[in-house]
Ligand binder design. Structure first.
Ligand code: GDP
Length: 436
């Protein structure tokens, strides 16, 4: 049974830890969208590792990690990450694969990202200026450069032609410097030496793996509410972070996906701009940020924090067809006297129980809260649901009711072992019972 793990909120839900925890039960971990703007923080044996582009499955010997066609790859970022892993004893030989159809992020994409964000002024999106948006623009605009194109670097070949035209467009836009297309191609030639052994047809690779009975985990980056189609547009990422993205971003049929697990924090955070109805802009938000260490893994930016938004998570359950939730960071709420759960929105005198598609309307929504008692004692490291304080159990049960999906996994700390695996059918169906 294959499993898709994705973010059910605005990203940073703790997917890294959940993927890492489940990886021993899979042979292949495949990333299907995004770029090196994602940041998975994984703690293993007290060691902190941040992975941006490479699936965190790489930390498990014997697991193959695949970067799918739906991902945009900056070769500099990829090899800098590889080089950081080697001194930690992580051997990537034969275990890291990159789709021949993945699009490349090139130096001009990074520059255009910075320019575009500056031009937006007040209406900025809050992107990480790493060229991801412009690389996806070139992909959709049918002028992108794909990994497989690197096989022909001749000056009159299709890659050189595309780079020449794209660099000329860049030079028309950027007034204070001139980029040489030849230099971009030369740099690509160097990267190709290292990249070539990693390149596969990801669709074919996965079809064969699945036929041979190898189990695959599909790993999403960012989160549902940042999906280009289903998120809070335009304050979104440039790809499909939702479950459908696994099919298009890897070249598999939707039926190959199997079980879908959504990762959600026990509260809500968001980085960057855009509406966030349950945001706490007062001292309570500050407390959540401090106790949850809510600072971006990729950028260090402070995250906006607020109460659990069950309307948003219910929406994620629907658009992804979530079978279950993994609720993370329960321990961050330990000190609170009371907790709020947003069960609906008030907007223009109406009560909405579903996420509105119109972002302006969404921005005008205020939350309708339900108040629950806090538990006032530590839950950090608890591994059995029955050992949680009664109020914490009540909180989780209420999150399940209002979100519409069972909490198959509850995370009570950043370490792998700080995890409750509920004995429910979803965990069994995904065959991830970790031998318990
Ligand atoms: P991701 O991109 O979804 O993996 O999220 P990040 O890695 O940006 O943020 C998750 C952070 O929360 C990491 O530092 C994790 O180690 C940490 N974390 C994950 N689960 C828990 C938990 O249950 N409790 C606490 N206190 N920290 C957690």
């Amino acid at each position: 049974m294959n499993l898709c793990v994705l973010g059910a909120q605005w990203g940073d839900e703790g997917k890294g830890k959940i993927v890492d925890l489940l990886t021993p039960h899979f042979s292949v971990v495949a990333r299907y969208q995004g770029g090196h703007n994602a940041g998975h923080t994984v703690y293993t044996g007290g060691r902190k590792m941040v992975l941006h582009l490479i699936p965190s499955g790489i930390l498990h010997p014997g697991v193959t990690c695949l970067i799918g066609n739906g991902v945009v790859v900056d070769p500099r970022a990829l090899f800098s990450e590889v080089d950081d892993l080697v001194p930690l004893g992580v051997d990537i030989t034969g275990r890291l694969l990159v789709s021949d159809r993945a699009h490349l992020i090139l130096p001009y994409h990074r520059e255009l990202d910075v320019l575009a964000e500056a031009r937006r002024g007040e209406r900025k999106i809050g992107t990480t200026p790493r060229g991801i948006g412009p690389a996806y623009e070139d992909k959709i605009g049918r002028r992108g450069v794909r990994v497989g194109d690197l096989a022909d670097l001749s000056p009159q070949g299709p890659l050189a032609n595309a780079v020449r035209e794209n660099v000329a467009a860049r030079n028309r836009l950027v007034g204070d410097s001139v980029m040489r297309w030849q230099q971009v191609v030369e740099e690509l030639a160097e990267h190709w030496i290292r990249l070539r052994p990693l390149v596969v047809d990801s669709s074919l690779y996965l079809a064969n793996a699945i036929r041979e009975g190898r189990r695959v985990m599909f790993e999403g980056a960012q989160g549902t509410l940042l999906d280009i189609d289903h998120g809070t547009y335009p304050f979104v990422t440039s790809s499909n972070a939702t479950a459908g993205g696994a099919a298009t971003g890897l070249g598999i049929g939707p039926k190959a996906i199997g079980t879908v697990l959504g990762v959600a924090k026990a509260y809500t955070t968001r980085v960057g701009e855009g509406p966030l109805p349950t945001e706490l802009t007062d001292e309570r938000g500050e407390r959540l940020r401090e106790s949850g260490q809510e600072y971006g893994a990729s950028t260090g930016r402070p995250r906006r924090c607020g109460w659990f938004d069950a309307v948003a998570v219910r929406y994620a359950v629907r658009v992804n067809g979530l079978d279950a939730l993994a609720i993370t960071k329960l321990d961050v709420l330990d000190d609170l006297d009371t907790l709020e759960i947003c069960t609906a929105y008030r907007c223009a005198g109406q009560t909405l129980t579903e996420m509105p598609g119109d972002t302006t309307q969404f921005a005008a929504c205020t939350p309708v809260y339900e108040t629950l008692s806090g538990w006032g004692r530590p839950t950090r490291g608890i591994t059995q649901f029955a050992d949680l304080p009664a109020e914490a159990r009540q909180y989780i049960r209420r999150l399940e009711d209002v979100s519409g999906a069972p909490a198959a996994i509850i995370s009570t700390g950043s370490d792998r072992d700080h995890t409750i695996l509920r004995d429910d059918s979803i965990v069994r169906r995904a065959a991830v019972a970790l031998g318990q």
